[in-house]
Design a binder for this molecule. Structure first.
Ligand code: GLN
Length: 285
């Protein structure tokens, strides 16, 4: 029988390749022992049973194979909510909290904005968080992957107690109705970046990551089609890579959106671009 201290020391040494070996080992052990991180750190001399230790070793083995902690624990915190995640969906990133914050600011400022579409929803982290924070709004989630929609429904039930409408659609192709906000974290990495991840056997779904040669393939299509699904005065909010925001701002303006603006994330990097559909359709000359 080992103590918690011994188990952690062993775990951290096995995970030497990770950027955060001790943290990773602690998280895996807390999940096996079903206790908080604080409790774990206060219980170093306590025993770990052989059965618990074996389960912990299995998790360590999988972490050594570069499987992210979020997939091993089937859990990722996003905007303070514990989302279920597995290999069917992208792991929510803190970057995307900027996208959510931007939408919440609009929702608080303008009570007429109520109908929201979370396009390429994956785990549902954006749409579900918006519904959680602004319960009066009506949120629809959509994704091309039926697997992702299953995870989104599961999270919706778990975190909201109700299942938000989750529509299978290739971008906007199968969407009907009008929305006040279309919000999306679509795949925007370049082919090259995704190939590099594939070389390292990165386990996230490439469908959720790759946006063609320049990463902008889906964003371009969303901008071209979104106007038809937005109510007058409605907003489009897009997450992207830092170096894509300038181009997206131009595209939005060229597509007739007004007030195209870039919002920075918590580390001061350009992360979200938004535009507004005109209140009135322009009159034909
Ligand atoms: N932000 C993610 C990453 O850098 C990419 C997410 C996406 O393509 N939507 O890995």
């Amino acid at each position: 029988m080992k103590t918690i201290r011994e188990a952690l020391t062993k775990g951290a040494s096995l995970l030497a390749e990770s950027d955060t070996p001790f943290l990773d080992a602690s998280l895996l052990l807390t999940s096996v022992l079903n206790i908080s991180k604080e409790k774990l750190l206060a219980s170093y001399p306590d025993p770990v049973t052989d059965e618990q230790y074996n389960r912990y070793r299995e998790l360590l083995d999988r972490r050594e194979q570069n499987i992210p902690i979020a997939y091993l624990l089937n859990r990722k915190e996003f905007y303070g909510l514990p989302f279920f995640v597995d290999e069917r969906v992208l792991i929510p990133r803190p970057d995307t909290e900027t996208l959510v914050e931007t939408a919440l600011t609009l929702l608080h400022e303008q009570s007429t904005l109520t109908r929201i579409l979370d396009l390429c929803c994956g785990s549902g982290c954006i749409g579900i968080t918006l519904k959680h924070e602004a319960p009066e709004c009506r949120v629809t989630c959509s994704d091309v992957s039926e697997d992702a929609l299953d995870v989104c429904r599961l999270n919706s039930k778990k975190l909201l107690g109700e299942v938000l409408p989750a529509v299978k659609s290739n971008l906007l192709d199968s969407i009907s109705g009008k929305f006040d906000i279309i919000i999306s974290n679509p795949p925007y990495l370049t082919k090259k970046e995704v190939h590099r991840m594939a070389d390292k056997k990165w386990p996230e779904p490439y469908l959720a990551l790759e946006g063609g040669d320049d990463g902008l393939r889906f964003i371009r299509k969303i901008i071209a089609d979104a106007g038809a699904y937005l109510a007058p005065g409605g907003y489009i909010l897009l997450e992207s890579a830092i170096d894509q925001t300038y181009y997206i701002e131009q595209e939005l303006t060229a597509a007739g959106f007004t007030g195209s603006t870039v919002v920075q994330d918590l580390t001061g990097r350009n992360r979200v671009t938004l535009g507004r559909k005109q209140e009135q359709e322009p009159h034909a000359e």
